[in-house]
Design a protein around this ligand. Structure first.
Ligand SMILES: [Zn+2]
Length: 241
């Protein structure tokens, strides 16, 4: 009589174990997806320093161009004044000033060229980094997509398992079900029925050495359920599996 109940309870325990594992998996998904979203943010941050540097160089370039413009305006004014000077000394002085400005413009133009070269290199660097990052973002998105569909699948499986569990429980003698639930509520690992080996006289759940009488009774009566005197779990002979 107990033989069938042992089979039913073992099936119930197996189902509970699968439900527990799936629930754990389902509860981990949100954290896993959040971590992936974080990874995406980190990838995008890699561009920040290049973007900052580009901005800085562009504004330096603009400042220098304005500088050149100002100097050119000054040269134009000097050229107008050259037509109206009265003395040679004044004339030479204006020419000297004009020459200085022209030299300064050349220097600034050299610097602008240097900046433009840096800008070009940085733009290239940015392009290849962007490509790399986009590839990574695509991979991460794929992984998120996979996790989402795995979550949906797990949820459906869980629903099926729960209704299976309900049906299994209905078929079992209520007296054993309530005992099973009581033990399950007290143990943390979900192991309600511990199987006893014919060459090891310990409870495999709490590791206490079983009293010799109990041990031999378990082995002699594989169709019966016993109770571990230490942890309170069901014990039965391994012959049942
Ligand atoms: Zn035990």
């Amino acid at each position: 009589m107990d033989k069938k109940i042992i089979e039913q309870l073992l099936k119930l325990q197996e189902t509970d174990k699968r439900i527990y594992q799936l629930e754990k998996k389902v509860s981990q998904y949100p954290t896993e997806v959040m971590e992936l979203e974080e990874q995406k943010k980190e990838e995008l941050k890699k561009l920040d320093s290049i973007k900052k540097e580009l901005k800085k160089l562009n504004s330096e370039k603009k400042d220098k161009e304005l500088d050149i413009q100002e100097k050119r305006e000054k040269i134009q004014k000097i050229e107008i004044s050259l037509n109206n000077v009265k003395t040679n000394r004044e004339y030479r002085e204006l020419l000297r000033q004009k020459a200085i400005l022209e030299k300064e413009i050349l220097n600034i133009e050299d610097k602008i060229l240097e900046i433009m070269e840096k800008l070009e290199n940085l733009e290239n660097e940015k392009d290849s980094l962007e490509k790399e990052i986009n590839e990574k973002l695509r991979e991460i998105d794929e992984e998120i997509e996979k996790k989402n569909s795995a979550l949906e699948k797990s949820k459906r499986e869980l629903e099926d398992l729960k209704s299976l569990r309900e049906n299994l429980a209905k078929e079992i003698d209520p007296q054993f079900i309530s005992k099973y639930e009581l033990i399950r509520s007290k143990v943390s690992d979900g192991l309600v029925i511990a199987m006893i080996d014919d060459n090891n006289d310990v409870c495999p759940a709490c590791f206490i050495v079983l009293p010799p009488r109990l041990y031999s009774d378990i082995l002699k009566n594989p169709e019966k359920l016993f109770i571990c005197p230490n942890c309170g779990r069901f014990l039965c002979s391994k012959e049942n599996v």
